[in-house]
Design a protein around this ligand. Structure first.
Ligand code: Z5A
Length: 223
């Protein structure tokens, strides 16, 4: 099946869009890099990127969004800036890469806006999803790995780092974020979101992700 999956993704088919989600310190950046290395070793064309950011313009928007000096940022401004960064990376990088058969691994994507701004921030899921659809040209990841850890563990892992604007939020906000992600997982009827216990060791999580992706590949190849 592995060989077939390799053939599938290198034979001019659309690349797969893989996203990683979770609270800060869940281990997303660690795992996206491990998965990229694994897929590249298999000979696949893979692109790794992040939100907000990933292009010259979107990285500048990221700086505005995360600058702790910008405490006065209106909630709607925040929503629209995340979407502006998303529109830029999808149109400039993600969609063209998928078209040419390259798989894209994203460190956060549209679910982050649904959870951080829509659910925890109280801006409403419906509006965020509508904006997500516009920014991404209605693109939804093929598979999403939700790395789930208690807020306390995520915080411990990031100890010593300077907090950015979002990280200045109260603990209760991050509890809502975690619950928001679990809600998305429970409501997902498509099987897109794979919940992973991210309190486990790094190598254990990486192996689980590879297994789940191979299962997805086999399924995609047979349909
Ligand atoms: N945001 C938003 O509000 N709306 C949106 O639409 C989008 C984003 C797209 C972006 O921050 C912020 O923007 C984010 C959400 C918001 N804010 N918050 N809060 P970011 O991209 O700079 O940071 P982050 O996404 O929150 O990630 P992070 O803090 O860098 O954490 P991480 O990537 O999940 O974890 P890590 O860097 O891989 O690991 C952290 C440490 O833990 C590191 O020392 C690792 O070696 C260690 N680690 C990792 N895995 C393990 C395991 N399994 N065991 C033990 N230790 C581990």
């Amino acid at each position: 099946m592995l060989i077939w999956a390799n053939f599938w993704y290198n034979a001019g088919m659309r690349g797969r869009l893989i996203s990683f989600e979770g609270i800060d310190g869940a281990g997303k950046t660690t795992q996206v890099q491990l998965l990229r290395d694994y897929l590249q070793k298999r000979g696949e064309q893979v692109l790794l990127t992040r939100e907000p950011g990933g292009t010259y313009i979107a990285e500048q928007i990221r700086q505005i969004l995360l600058d702790p000096q910008n405490k006065g940022m209106d909630e709607l401004t925040q929503v629209l800036l995340f979407q502006a960064a998303r529109a830029q990376i999808y149109r400039e990088v993600v969609l063209p890469a998928l078209e040419r058969g390259t798989s894209v691994i994203m460190d956060r994507s549209r679910d982050s806006s649904v959870v951080y701004q829509g659910i925890a921030g109280g801006m409403g899921r419906e509006m965020i999803e509508r904006l997500n659809d516009v920014s991404t040209r209605q693109t939804i990841p093929d598979i999403t790995f939700l790395l789930d850890v208690p807020v306390k563990i995520g915080k411990l892992r990031r100890e010593g780092e300077e907090p950015d604007l979002i990280e200045l939020q109260k603990n209760s906000f991050f509890q809502k974020v975690r619950r928001g992600y679990l809600q998305l997982y429970e409501e997902d009827t498509t099987g897109r979101i794979k919940k992973i216990d991210a309190t486990k060791p790094i190598a254990h999580i990486a192996a689980q992700i590879v297994k789940l992706l191979e299962e997805w590949d086999s399924h995609a190849a047979s349909t």
